[in-house]
Design a protein around this ligand. Structure first.
Ligand SMILES: NC(=O)CC(=O)C(=O)O
Length: 275
């Protein structure tokens, strides 16, 4: 078993156009592979805006014999980039049963689907004055726990709200998983309080790696994702975090963009003629 793994979490900007989301995901997966990642993770609902009003319209059947647009795209990304790909999640349609699920698919380097996880714990919350979200109004819950084999050991998968239920990660650890991966989309109310806390809790409880991958925050969308995609080690140390707040902090503390002397930066004005 290989002992080192470079993992990439893609904090993808997700908009209203499915084809654009898929193309952007493809570009970022290729970038991650070029940077040396062997396992790449996309966020929850990577092909669709996150909202119960969108799930039906963006849903696809997940069927290897007759793959939909997102399935084809994920298979191609994994194969072309030569990576294991945890394909975030998409709204899955099961036409015979007239049901929708929030489903993560996992792909190997040959572009073959090796696992499928339907979100088990649906995100139904109501925090007065802050956020009400009821996935169960349109989605059905999955009924299985999911793990997959890789050259770096077995890995368990959950989706977002699943991270709040310690049993899933604990069962994964007890059955030999080295890591839990959660595509997720926490929000501006629960994210600051719980996202990192839960990822670190699952890591420390089970002495395993935890990776949680969010979409990028878009304040013009109906749902404001928290972002902060993170990797936590078995000591519960956050070893990587996408924290775009740091950009603002650094730019206001060291304001080089307003201090730039653009008036001097032409080849003619650079030269001090007296030297
Ligand atoms: N979006 C989710 O499934 C979960 C979430 O935002 C939360 O638990 O908070």
């Amino acid at each position: 078993m290989s002992r080192t793994l470079k993992i990439a979490l893609i904090q993808l900007a997700v908009g209203a156009k499915k084809a654009v989301n898929l193309a952007r995901a493809h570009g970022k997966v290729m970038d991650a592979a070029r940077a040396g990642a062997s396992l790449v993770v996309l966020p929850e609902c990577f092909n669709s805006p996150y909202g119960t009003q969108f799930f039906k319209e963006y849903s696809e059947v997940i069927d290897s014999a007759n793959p939909g647009e997102s399935m084809k795209a994920l298979s191609n990304m994994a194969k072309e980039a030569n990576v294991f790909l945890v394909g975030g999640s998409i709204p899955e349609k099961v036409s015979d049963a007239d049901k929708l699920y929030n489903t993560c698919t996992v792909w190997n380097q040959n572009g073959e689907m090796i696992a499928k996880h339907r979100k088990v714990h649906l995100f139904d919350i109501d925090i007065p004055g802050k956020i009400r979200f009821q996935e169960s109004e349109v989605l059905s819950p999955g009924n299985e726990l999911t793990q997959f084999e890789t050259p770096w050991g077995k890995i368990g998968v959950g989706i977002c709200y699943d991270i709040r239920f310690p049993e899933m990660a604990s069962i994964a650890a007890q059955s030999g998983c080295k890591a839990m991966i959660y595509p997720g989309a926490f929000n501006m109310t629960t994210g600051p309080l719980h996202w990192e806390l839960l990822a670190r809790a699952r890591a420390v409880d089970n002495q395993m790696f935890v990776a949680a991958c969010s979409p990028a925050r878009d304040m013009s969308a109906s749902y404001h994702a928290w972002g902060h995609s993170s990797v936590v080690d078995p000591f519960a140390r956050v070893i990587a975090k996408a924290d775009y707040g740091v950009i603002e902090d650094v730019r206001s503390s060291i304001p080089i963009s307003s201090q730039r002397r653009s008036d001097l930066y032409t080849s003619a004005s650079l030269i001090n003629k007296s030297n």
